[in-house]
Design a protein around this ligand. Structure first.
Ligand SMILES: [Ca+2]
Length: 504
């Protein structure tokens, strides 16, 4: 999620219909993993490795849901509700969840969320209920770590325990655009880093310890001893390969390049000197001491905008994917498999393209992979074979499918009135002066208003239920755009954070 620092972030309605449109020629497709379940802005999926077959889905608004990992699951229970602690919207919210390796015995789990006043990232531990395994004690919060956030975007979010038993924490560069504070290269800042801490002990005023072999242990330069690796922009999602122990990260790019890194202790991954394999802040640039990505892809005409890091596949259902790193792009819905042996150049294969916003990947206890669509659904991979089904809808004559539009097709629905508020958070210090809503080619221009907190916003009132294209114009840039769907008659609030600007 990019949340993932993407060009424009829309908060869509719960239950927006955003069905995956399988392409006929794809070897893989996505299936709705839990047809009876949908979630409000799902941004993470985890399992507890506790001998049960449950999944936990994180809602960005501050909720964790739990349910049995069966496709017939009919409902999800609220495992934790900390909405009153969390500020959500854009790239803010409850962003990450990790279960202690000994969760089965100690009931500890860890979350990464943003809080306000001051705006900050919080990493905290909670305890599961002793009597109800599907509930946690809200009052058990023990804050491990907090860091103030200078801007609302690039908050990282991932938490994961490594094979060494330490907790790894992703923090973005603090936000805005172009890392104006140069946090990524500043070892005295927690921002733009992957941190590593030992949660099984305390030291001094810390509710954790510093692993003795962290790169900056005992330094006298003021470098943060929690740092494991640096020079990162917004490592929204990272994971460990259980077979090799390697740490794989998708580091969200600025305006041109998205990258995949294998993260090693003490290394500098280049931001803001470089974006991917390219000089960013200065050109030419001094690349000595920098570790380049193992793969990058551009913001191209296929809609690439924000990498969502995934997992090295170690499940059994898809032997052809075994050992490959699965990842996707938030905007274009493309999902790839990257093969890399640590020596030879990586090779990348496009697996499929679906019309979803991939906020995160997840795995279950068997290492089978799932995807979270920010619009509400959880998907799983499946082989695209034209097998007969038991549904009362057998092989129909193929009907023409529009191929010139990436918009989901919708059957005519009763027209209802709705209202959208588009808040524009101008993180670059520029001015957003106007926006347009286009409905079937008819454009309505709306001028900026100012909310009580000083942020500019646009009010799109009395829109009918339909698919809209919202185009925002920024003074010093040309335009960027994104398609949204307005849910039935609901009053929806849409956050638009302009960060990446697509030059046209
Ligand atoms: Ca980099």
């Amino acid at each position: 999620m990019k949340f993932f620092s993407i060009a424009i972030i829309f908060f869509l309605a719960l239950n927006v219909s955003c069905a995956a449109n399988a392409q006929q020629n794809q070897q893989y497709i996505l299936q709705d993993a839990f047809p009876n379940l949908s979630f409000n802005n799902p941004v993470d999926l985890q399992h507890a490795n506790d001998g049960t077959n449950r999944l936990f889905v994180v809602s960005q608004h501050g909720l964790i849901y739990v349910f049995e990992n069966i496709s017939e699951a009919s409902s999800a229970k609220t495992f934790l509700d900390i909405r009153d602690k969390v500020i959500a919207g854009g790239e803010l919210g409850l962003l990450g969840l990790a279960f202690h390796p000994d969760y089965e015995n100690n009931g500890y789990f860890y979350v990464n969320y943003t809080a306000s006043n001051p705006l900050r990232s919080v990493v905290a531990r909670y305890s599961a209920s002793i009597t109800n395994p599907n509930s946690a004690y809200k009052k058990s919060e023990r804050i491990l770590f907090q860091v103030n956030q200078p801007y609302r975007n690039h908050n990282g979010g991932q938490l994961a325990f490594g094979p060494d038993g330490y907790l790894y924490i992703a923090l973005g560069d603090g936000g805005s655009a172009g890392d104006p504070q140069n946090n990524g290269q500043n070892q005295s800042s927690f921002l733009g880093k992957i941190l590593r801490i030992d949660v099984n002990c305390t030291s001094g005023n810390r509710n954790y310890c510093i692993p003795p072999d962290n790169p900056f242990v005992g330094n006298t330069k003021g470098f943060k001893e929690e740092i494991y690796a640096y020079g990162l922009r917004n490592p929204w999602r990272f994971s460990f390969d259980p077979a090799t122990g390697w740490l794989w990260a998708g580091d969200v790019g600025q305006g041109l390049w998205e990258e995949i890194d294998t993260i090693e202790k003490g290394k500098n991954y280049g931001w803001r000197i470089m974006e991917g394999n390219h000089c960013y802040h200065d050109s030419p640039c001094n690349t000595s001491g920098l570790t380049l990505p193992i793969w990058e892809y551009g913001h191209d005409n296929q809609g690439g905008c924000s990498v969502t890091g995934g997992y090295v596949y170690r499940g059994e259902k898809f032997p052809g994917l075994y050992g490959k790193y699965l990842y996707g792009d938030y905007c274009s819905g493309r999902i790839w498999a990257l093969k890399y042996d640590g020596v030879n150049p990586a090779t990348n294969t496009l697996l499929l393209t679906e019309n979803i916003n991939i906020s995160s990947f997840g795995i279950d206890k068997d290492n089978e992979v799932y995807l979270c669509d920010l619009n509400g659904k959880i998907y799983k991979l499946a082989i695209n074979t034209p097998t007969p089904t038991t549904t009362p809808n057998p092989s129909l004559t193929p009907t023409p499918i529009p191929t010139t539009s990436t918009m989901p097709t919708q059957s005519p629905t009763p027209i209802k009135k709705g209202k959208i508020f588009g808040y524009v958070v101008d993180v670059k210090g520029g001015t957003v002066e106007s926006a347009k809503v286009k409905l079937r080619g008819k454009a309505t221009e709306i001028n900026k208003k100012t909310s009580s907190d000083g942020a500019g916003f646009f009010e799109f009132a009395d829109l009918e239920t339909d698919i809209y294209k919202i185009i925002t114009k920024k003074k010093e840039y040309k335009k960027s755009n994104q398609t949204i769907t307005l849910d039935d008659g609901e009053e929806e609030e849409i956050t638009i954070e302009i960060e990446k600007i697509v030059e046209v």
